[in-house]
Design a protein around this ligand. Structure first.
Ligand SMILES: Nc1ncnc2c1ncn2[C@@H]1O[C@H](COP(=O)(O)OP(=O)(O)O)[C@@H](O)[C@H]1O
Ligand SMILES: N[C@@H](CCC(=O)OP(=O)(O)O)C(=O)O
Length: 374
């Protein structure tokens, strides 16, 4: 069972900071407000952990720059505000992290990017590469292009989907309250903090209310929903106060801060099930005996060198079945190359990909994280 004692040993975090926090309740960004988080995130990064930051605040910062006191309702005004504010947001993060000699990267995503299998894989490899380079990705919704139906709308959902995408162990949602209370503390001052519960606790829907601070967009409803989404890949969620001193450091040490929402399943099982939910087989790869053994017995990624033949029609990111020479299915997984390119690189080492294809996307044909033994 996931508990706080495990937190110091978790490897990968997604930390989401809400609009109200970042823009001092709408007054605008201030580097001094960001500093304590940057210090805590830097310490966590230096301790060898992977970090993705999901930063809201583009709209709120745009509003502050334009002198607007109310969050606009019309989508085009929200989009304009986001475009104005995102500049300041990213510059502020970059300036603060650069002072600590950490590079940052701006990653703007729409819902569509994570729904399309190919773009999903591209977003995933970009984020993984940034993490491997020790860079801090700063993610926000690509508000200026997202149409109503395609919007995440709130960054809690976006952060949860990013947690699924990079298989994070912990999603930290920093907000303007100490955590999730048994009623909205803005309306009921005697509300009590829920320190910890499992994500399938059915009290959660009843207690989580919307947002009333005029800056954020989802309130606790979207945070609870986000925690449920994150739990699909075995990721735990902590909702905590962003304004308390050293909140990230304290969370990292396993101290009782905020509300811990535990996933039902262990990460390994949850990840596989989540992947299994995405499965509709588009093609088949026939593996040689060595590759079949590497998958079955050693839990390795599938390399093109172990593929003897390719069947079916598939694009990058679709699901293929891996079968042995006798036609028995071994595994299913998300393939990194389309059928034409897979056919050209089968039997070849990844060092030959550039010569054969003129490019290389991934060294593996199917990464082990995207493989489920069947
Ligand atoms: N049960 C609850 N516990 C705590 N806060 C709640 C609850 N229900 C509703 N809220 C409201 O949710 C708000 C935080 O969500 P939101 O404004 O979306 O923040 P953020 O910008 O950090 O995402 C709080 O200010 C609070 O008024
Ligand atoms: N993409 C939007 C975030 C939407 C939003 O309001 O998020 P949040 O403050 O986390 O509820 C922005 O940057 O303003």
């Amino acid at each position: 069972m996931f508990n706080r004692e495990r937190i110091p040993f978790t490897r990968r975090w997604v930390v989401k900071i809400g609009s109200a926090l970042l823009t001092r309740d709408g007054a605008g960004l201030d580097l001094q407000v960001l500093e304590p988080w940057v210090a805590q995130l830097t310490a966590w990064r230096h301790a060898g952990h992977d970090l993705v930051l999901v930063s809201s605040g583009a709209v709120a910062q745009g509003m502050a720059r334009m002198g607007w006191h109310r969050r606009p309702r019309a989508l085009h005004e929200l989009q304009a505000a986001a475009a104005i504010g995102q500049m300041g947001l990213i510059r502020a993060w970059e300036t603060c992290f650069a002072r600590r000699e950490l590079h940052t990267a701006q990653v703007l995503l729409t819902r569509d990017d994570l729904a399309s299998r190919e773009r999903y894989l591209n977003a995933r490899s970009t984020l993984r590469t940034l993490l491997a380079l020790g860079v801090i990705p700063v993610v926000n919704e690509n508000d200026t292009v997202a149409t109503d139906e395609l919007r995440f709308g709130d960054n809690d959902t976006l952060a949860a989907l990013v947690a699924n995408l990079i298989e994070a162990d912990l999603l930290v949602l920093l907000t303007d309250q100490d955590g999730l209370f048994d009623a909205d503390p803005r309306k009921q001052p005697d509300a009590k903090l829920i320190a910890e519960t499992r994500i399938d606790d059915n009290r959660l829907d009843a207690v989580a209310g919307g947002s009333d601070n005029g800056l954020g967009s989802g309130g606790m409803v979207t945070k609870v929903r986000a925690a449920r989404l994150a739990a699909r890949s075995g990721c735990a969620t902590i909702i905590a106060a962003g304004r308390s001193a050293d909140s990230l450091g304290r969370i990292g040490r396993g101290e009782a801060v905020g509300t811990l929402l535990r996933p039902v399943q262990e990460p390994q099982a949850a990840r596989k099930q989540w992947l299994a939910g995405h499965l509709r087989v588009s093609g088949r790869l026939i593996l040689d005996a060595g590759a079949a053994r590497a998958l079955r017995e050693q839990g390795r990624s599938l390399l093109a060198v172990g593929v003897k033949a390719v069947r079916g029609e598939f694009k990058r990111g679709e699901v293929v079945a891996c079968v042995d020479e006798q036609g028995r299915e071994i595994a299913r997984g998300l393939v990194n190359y389309d059928v034409q390119d897979t056919d050209r690189i089968k039997g070849q080492p990844s060092s030959a990909f550039v010569r054969i294809l003129g490019y290389i996307d991934d060294e593996e044909l199917i990464h082990r994280d995207n493989l489920v033994l069947t």
